[in-house]
Design a binder for this molecule. Structure first.
Ligand SMILES: N[C@@H](CCC[C@H](N)C(=O)O)C(=O)O
Length: 275
């Protein structure tokens, strides 16, 4: 039997497995099976805690989307990761350093129990996203089935496209989201955020996630939307991002500095499943 914890960050939900004290071979087929909301456990992402591969970090953090694909980064998951490793007594530290597929992130448990994550620097260079474009621009025009869509793009370790809308309720998240996710200009597919800017410090966001569909919240999506809103001159730091599942605070003061995300992380139940 494999023990797991069901967790969520603002309704973005996770199955979290400790592979330090347990052993299992995680395959895409198994992830899809567990991720099924009708016949499995059901989650947006599976998070795996593994021993670090280098001495200067505390853990290795692996992430799989519900469709079985392994990805580089997950912001809401990072906050749950911090709570999980302490609840399981894998560490007593309040400041935890973890390695991911896209580099090192730092997790800090705050006195009010919220978790603040140093998510690293947003990267706007098309090749680093990856996004096919001859040059880096604040705005790109993308042809999607005979419709030209204006979007911005950034990597938060994982790829994001962000579209500004005037009414988030009627935004075409479920129709345009999947078409942009699989657009040939994004060779690794992409997460697609729809942002409605309210004022210089407040915005609303819905995200169509690569490999998971529309979620209640996306941490890297909130960082990507805030980075683009600041870079494009729409907003100033700190940015309050209201997602369907709740609020995240995003701080980013300088292009050369990392972006910080603060929000909650909740354990829902413990379970065990036959391998
Ligand atoms: N929910 C996440 C992002 C998870 C990965 C994403 N779907 C991808 O494929 O890059 C978050 O909170 O950041």
């Amino acid at each position: 039997m494999l023990h797991f914890t069901k967790m969520h960050g603002l309704g973005n939900d996770f199955m979290v497995i400790d592979l330090i004290t347990q052993q299992a071979k995680i395959t895409p087929k198994l992830v899809k099976q567990w991720g099924n909301r009708h016949t499995g456990i059901g989650f947006d992402q599976l998070l795996i805690v593994e021993p670090p591969s280098r001495p200067d970090v505390d853990f290795c953090y692996r992430i799989f989307n519900a469709d079985g694909s392994e990805v580089e980064q997950c912001g809401n998951g990072a906050r749950c990761f911090a709570k999980f490793v302490r609840q399981k007594r894998l560490t007593h530290k309040k400041n935890i350093i973890v390695e991911t597929k896209s580099g090192i992130i730092e997790l800090a448990i705050q006195p009010d129990d919220q978790v603040k994550v140093n998510m690293g620097r947003p990267r706007f260079v098309p090749k680093e996203i990856p996004f096919i474009s001859e040059q880096q621009q604040n705005y790109y025009q993308l042809l999607v089935e005979e419709q030209t869509i204006e979007l911005s793009s950034v990597s938060m370790g994982n790829p994001h496209a962000v579209i500004q809308v005037t009414n988030l309720k009627t935004a075409p998240v479920q129709t345009l989201g999947p078409k942009i996710e699989t657009h040939p200009h994004f060779p690794n597919r992409v997460n697609v955020g729809f942002i409605q800017v309210i004022d210089r410090y407040n915005a609303k966001l819905r995200v169509w996630e690569r490999g998971a569909g529309e979620t209640q919240a996306c941490g890297t999506g909130a960082c990507a939307a805030a980075a683009i809103a600041i870079q494009n001159g729409w907003m100033d730091s700190p940015v309050n991002i209201q997602l369907p599942g709740g609020k995240l605070i995003i701080e980013w003061d300088n292009i050369d500095n990392p972006i910080f995300m603060t929000g909650n992380a909740v354990s829902v139940y413990e379970g065990k499943i036959k391998l």
